[in-house]
Design a binder for this molecule. Structure first.
Ligand code: HPA
Length: 263
């Protein structure tokens, strides 16, 4: 359980907005979200990456945050993950769906497909990765990450892919690297030996911070390229060719998730 208590700071509390979506590479905006208001939030950790965008998707309330900021300017290691998660929690959402473009390591995860990671390995370093930093805002907690992706939310996302006819590639383990550079082939080979199926740069500390705040958290991983040394075409060409197909599946899944009845 979280013992952290963010205070709303200029945020619009809206009990009906249960679900927040953090969009990453390929989803700096959410086509289909009818914007109702934007809120420039402030937190004890500074400003989040972008204004919080409140709106509706097919009539269902949702809140959107662009992880890399407007115009995709903030590198993965420079993102203020603490401000992002704090602002969402203070806004009153109960669950966060993270959208992450990833490189594929497992052969089943062809670019253009989506997967729901079930576990992760954190290879990042030097990021402000916890609210337990001795500040007045937070006590010390050793948060449990046995389920870095909340099973109930994952299960509902799984149902949403089925209900929307999206062909889910699988589940799997996410490696989170420091970036912003891509990996070497030897690094990808090591990640495969470690048991990783995909690699991205933003999954941590996001998942751990959500857990510290008691937020449900799950990720839709979008394969946009093969990991270095696996594919036969250039990584950036693979990304250009596949990213929109993946994001179309993400949007269909989110629509179904929001439309589904829940507790
Ligand atoms: N590696 C790390 N992060 C990524 C990649 C990758 O190949 N593709 C998209 N995000």
């Amino acid at each position: 359980m979280s013992n952290l208590k963010p205070q709303a700071s200029g945020l619009r509390p809206d009990d009906k907005t249960r679900t927040a979506v953090i969009g990453g590479t390929g989803m700096d905006q959410w086509p289909g979200l009818q914007i109702e208001s934007t809120v420039q939030a402030d937190t004890p950790y500074g400003a989040p990456s972008a204004p919080l965008i409140y709106g509706r998707v097919d009539g269902h309330p949702a809140l959107f945050l662009a992880r890399h900021g407007p115009g995709h300017r903030i590198a993965p290691h420079c993102i203020n993950y603490r401000a992002n998660l704090w602002a969402l929690h203070a806004a009153g959402v109960r669950e966060v769906v993270a959208i992450s473009a990833v490189g594929a390591i497992a052969p089943w995860f062809e670019p253009g497909r989506i997967a729901l990671p079930i576990d992760l390995i954190d290879y990042t370093w030097g990021r402000a990765h916890s609210f337990s930093d001795g500040s007045a805002h937070a006590g010390l907690q050793h948060v449990e990450l046995t389920h870095p992706y909340t099973p109930d939310l994952r299960g509902r996302l799984l149902g949403a892919t089925r209900g929307s006819g999206v062909d889910l590639a699988g589940e799997g383990v996410m490696a989170v690297t420091q970036g912003p550079r891509l990996e070497t082939p030897a690094e990808i080979a090591r990640l495969r030996r470690d048991g990783c199926d995909m690699v991205g740069m933003t999954g941590m500390p996001e998942a751990a911070l959500a857990a510290e705040l008691g937020l449900a958290y799950a990720c839709i991983a979008v394969s946009v390229n093969w990991g270095a040394g696996i594919g036969s075409t250039g990584i950036h060409d693979e990304i250009s060719a596949s990213i929109e197909a993946g994001m179309t599946k993400v949007r269909a899944t989110l629509l179904r998730l929001l439309a589904a009845p829940h507790d």
